[in-house]
Design a protein around this ligand. Structure first.
Ligand SMILES: [Zn+2]
Length: 222
């Protein structure tokens, strides 16, 4: 599991808007009038100095946030097209089951925006290119192995959303390093959980795109 790193977000799940927009309780209607959709790609650096890019398409619609990550899986020698094809469908389910519709952004007026996440292995353009090697082995965001566990792949996908490692000497959040063996962002996660902090980049994006000044991340399932 590779080391990746982090940025300067605080460890609390309430964020202040940096957009300088006026406070407006009618925000949800504002968003309805013109949906917001864009492609994000930013570099982050972890506590151990390891850097990587997180990136995705993100769209704010009526009461929902849609996020898609397009990943170009490139088979290394020794990985057949058939094997890769079978693996793709397993990984897609694993990633989406882990990350999608698990958390939502809640505004201070009570509006709730579930974060729906999809992964595409076929696309016209990709946010990330990942080499898929045969067998098992250590993985990082852009180097997977065809026999990687579903949890490992979900962990590496977390980095694509901007999540930091949560094990010792990993690419931890420099501002708030966390060690948590229960987390999907731990080393070799077995039944790793996802937490609100893993969605900080999405929360920060939401604040810059709306008139909200403070929003909360809430778990949809426990
Ligand atoms: Zn990692």
């Amino acid at each position: 599991m590779n080391n990746v790193s982090k940025t300067l977000l605080c460890g609390v799940f309430l964020f202040s808007s940096t957009a300088g927009l006026s406070t407006n309780v009618a925000y949800a209607e504002t968003a309805l009038q013109s949906d917001i959709k864009e492609t994000i790609k930013h570099k982050i650096v972890g506590l151990n100095g390891f850097s990587w890019y997180y990136g995705f398409d993100i769209e704010l619609k009526k009461q929902v946030i849609l996020l898609n990550v397009a990943i170009n899986l490139i088979p290394a020698p020794g990985v057949s097209r058939v094997e890769l094809s079978q693996t793709k469908s397993i990984w897609k389910k694993a990633i989406e089951n882990t990350w999608s519709n698990q958390y939502a952004i809640k505004t201070n007026t009570g509006a709730i925006y579930p974060i729906l996440i999809t992964v595409s292995f076929r696309a016209l353009s990709f946010h990330h290119s990942v080499i898929v090697r045969p067998g098992k082995g250590s993985s990082d965001e852009l180097n997977w192995n065809v026999r990687d566990s579903q949890q490992t792949v979900a962990h590496e996908f977390g980095h694509m959303l901007g999540a930091f490692d949560e094990y010792l000497h990993g690419a931890n959040d420099p501002a708030n390093p966390i060690i948590d063996s229960s987390s999907i962002m731990s080393s070799l996660p077995k039944s790793g959980k996802i937490y609100a902090r893993h969605f900080h980049k999405i929360q920060a994006w939401f604040l810059t795109k709306t008139a909200e000044e403070v929003v909360q991340l809430i778990a949809l399932k426990q």
